[in-house]
Design a protein around this ligand. Sequence first.
Ligand SMILES: [Zn+2]
Length: 77
Amino acid sequence: MTCTDFLSKMTDYFDGEVEPELLTEIQSHLAECDHCEILVDTTRQTIRVYRDHQVFELPNEVRERTVARIMAACVKH
Ligand SMILES: [Zn+2]
């Protein structure tokens, strides 16, 4: 799995809608990729903040900004 693969599945991952097999791949990617791990942490915190305010959807703007930052870091590998 690459960072791009992960990013394309990230929404499903947070929705808990990934197959067990894919989940394993995602978890092993997160274990070896600091950038994606940080992205997951950041997104989780953001989701929690929005949930507290009764807004469940992660705003696209926030997600796009975060994803762009992580992708910029990832391509340096
Ligand atoms: Zn990654």
